[in-house]
Design a protein around this ligand. Sequence first.
Ligand code: NAD
Length: 550
Amino acid sequence: MAHDRFPIPGGPVLRARGWRQEALLRLLENVLSVGEDPDNLVIYAALGKAARNRAAHDQIVRTLMTMDEDQTLIIQSGKPIGLLKTHVQAPLVIMANCNIVGQWAKPEIFYDLQARGLICWGGLTAGAWQYIGSQGVIQGTYEIFMRIAEKRFGGDLRGRFILTAGLGGMGGSQPLAGRMAGAAILCVDVDPARAAKRQAIGYLDRIAPDLDSALADIDQATATGAALSVGLVGNAADVYPEIARRGIVPDIVTDQTAAHDLIYGYVPQGFTLEAVRALRQSDPARLMAASRASIVVQVRAMLAFQARGAEVFDNGNLIRTQARDGGVANAFDIPIFTEAYLRPLFCRAIGPFRWMALSGDPDDIRKIDDLVLQRFADNRIVTNWIRLARAHVPFEGLPARIAWLGHGARTELALAVNDLVRRGNLAGPIAFSRDHLDAAAMAHPNIMTERMRDGSDAIADWPLLDAMALCASMADLVVVHSGGGGYAGFMTSAGVTLVADGSAAADLRLSLSLTNDTSLGVMRYADAGYPDAIDEAQTKGLAWFDLSAG
Ligand code: NAD
């Protein structure tokens, strides 16, 4: 469902001087076409923007159309600063987004800098033009549900009830992921437009008129083992405690409201959306206090569900951190999803890799699906996912696919795809990217790197090293992002985009960048002492230095 004024790009005609520049231009257009509020350049996560402002956006577009391949565009927090003369194998775009010096990296300072037009937050994939709609996190959410199924429910979520909230840019993947996992999932969102959007794009089966009928639908689905997603328009801080009060205990509970941002993200109990919008300007302090108070109520309900046996986890939105700051001393009894379910995958640099068909032709993705199924036939996680995604995940914007692939596999796939482009077997070039939530790419002590084995949670050297290694590997676009809004001071991450245009130069860029990105990911976890990562480094022959003995 694209916006009329932000059409999905595609087709064979180049507007730029080469496919590399054209690819990045199309990816910028694509994030706007699938973004939550493209008029304001906001793509997802409340404030994550594709460019600083309209003038910055227009200059980026003009530059991508006219720049040569031996130039590098410098972007500072969504604003194009200038072109440098580099060389044809250098990155075309390098970006630094929202990196604020440590003692200053606080939400209030971010909001002030933003109000003065000096900075913007690029989210993880918004400012780097890598967002592909809700599909971007869907496999991650699905894999979390399946890990829980294995751990708690005999490998199967049929007949199980998942309660969650948030149907925004990322949270909108939850109903589809829950249904794909076979569960009955109830998703609460305070904004009827968000629920309607997810239903319109096929991610949400139905929207219930009230809690009673939502719970009746869930009851019926769990009784028959039917997979079902139900949306409910309401405030999670009202709905969660009410479900608990009725003595109902869901099997799995989480939340993906934009709780990280107390002003632009979370909507407190008792406030209309209009009132919240007005308070952002007139009394942000009151809004922050009200949001935190509601989060406290919601997290207390989540803890109550946990005490009664539900599997409860934080899905990466700082809801525990906000609740702890609001006085919930045991908020961190709720585990973070990365540590609880996914770290063994990150130890082998297996993470959310994705590719986009720049031609706009869905057949390109279908052909790559076939290639993945054939090349990675022994990889159960990936083959299962591709079959499911093919059947259930509608395309939004440019046709795209995500699959959790690791060291070696990403490079192998990208080179094979570049070969398909070279032979003319696809309608156009393919862009490769990944989420910033990736092994080498992210330091976030309350999400990605919480409770690291060696205590290195807050060290941000890794994403910086990753970005520098990607520049040295000649990736097409390289970015370093830090948190903005409520995430200010919480994280630093690195992102990368690569263009498979069928050329020999692309072979080199893909091979070096993808191999080095995942090598560093394995080394980061090996350095932290994870046996899986040490095993991966040894079996894959990485040149990792093990200094643990001395
Ligand atoms: P978004 O701003 O697009 O959507 C947030 C949604 O929450 C909106 O639809 C809003 O109406 C709803 N909401 C706000 N307060 C509510 C309340 N009290 N009750 C019910 N609904 C409420 O944000 P998004 O892109 O969907 O991201 C959601 C969160 O997930 C963010 O904190 C984001 O940073 C985080 N995130 C996690 C991952 C991950 O890998 N787990 C990835 C990306 C984003």
